[in-house]
Design a protein around this ligand. Structure first.
Ligand SMILES: [Fe+2]
Ligand SMILES: [Fe+2]
Length: 267
């Protein structure tokens, strides 16, 4: 808006500009000056619109790139988990079910969706540290001796260096899960022997999901336990191996657990 006025004092100028005018021309005006001022204003508007358009384009591109990166991260995380699982000569869709059980438990215990989503996606990597374990020990058919078990336990520590202090929240979640999934509620777990609430909740959640899935599926050294026997084991170990509140929530989620078992059952 350009104000054209017979008032030529400073106060009127300021009043018009404060009121929203972008320029002020005093009468009598010169035709050439008026045209020039109008052209200037139009140029400013054009430049502003161009800049807005460029910003919107840039935002769109950044959004696309971010999405691409997120998808690539998720893809790589899944592949990494599968590599660890294959190396372990394991168990079909174990890691997928552990992810799903963990996500279910995380949502049901009141964690917000973003955290629950990260736990679900990172849980499949709980044993990623096993890629650093000697295959002879990993694939030994019988029971491990003390030295072998000590070596096996290091699979939670190697992750500390593997994922380091990377700033990605997803990587940090995966790191924490991998480090804490063998801690026990009563402090008798490894690697630090943390107790109760001192164990990060993602570790307590994945611990239940991992053990429950190991019980309900066959392994080279054992038959699959029945659903009821596995739930009974969780209840029996509530407050000893597992967080008792989380066991209660898990046990109360039978329909959802059975739906996950059905959807992700091994071929
Ligand atoms: Fe493990
Ligand atoms: Fe596992």
């Amino acid at each position: 808006m350009i104000v054209v006025s017979g008032l030529s004092d400073q106060k009127s100028h300021v009043k018009a500009l404060k009121g929203g005018a972008s320029d002020f021309i005093s009468k009598p005006f010169n035709e050439y000056e008026l045209k020039l001022r109008v052209v200037n204003q139009l140029n400013i508007i054009k430049a502003f619109r161009l800049q807005s358009h460029l910003n919107a384009e840039l935002e769109k591109r950044v959004h696309l790139r971010t999405l691409e990166l997120e998808q690539a991260t998720e893809f790589l995380i899944n592949k990494l988990a599968i590599v660890a699982e294959l190396y372990d000569e394991n168990t079909g869709k174990h890691i997928l079910r552990v992810g799903k059980y963990s996500g279910l438990l995380a949502r049901k215990c009141g964690l917000n969706e973003q955290v629950a989503f990260m736990i679900e996606k990172a849980a499949p990597m709980h044993d990623i540290g096993k890629i650093m374990i000697s295959p002879d020990i990993l694939k030994k058919p019988g029971k491990l001796n003390d030295d072998e078990f000590t070596h096996m336990k290091t699979h939670v520590d190697t992750v500390r260096q593997l994922f380091d202090d990377h700033p990605s929240m997803m990587i940090q979640m995966a790191r924490s899960i991998a480090i804490h999934h063998h801690e026990k509620w009563d402090g008798s777990g490894y690697s630090k022997g943390l107790k109760g609430q001192a164990i990060p909740i993602e570790g307590r959640i994945v611990c239940i999901a991992d053990v429950f899935d190991a019980l309900t599926t066959p392994r080279p050294y054992k038959e699959a336990w029945t659903f009821d026997d596995s739930i009974a084991y969780l209840k029996n170990q509530s407050g000893i191996h597992f967080d008792p509140d989380l066991v209660d929530i898990f046990v109360a989620s039978t329909p959802e657990i059975k739906a996950i078992q059905e959807e992700y059952k091994d071929d």
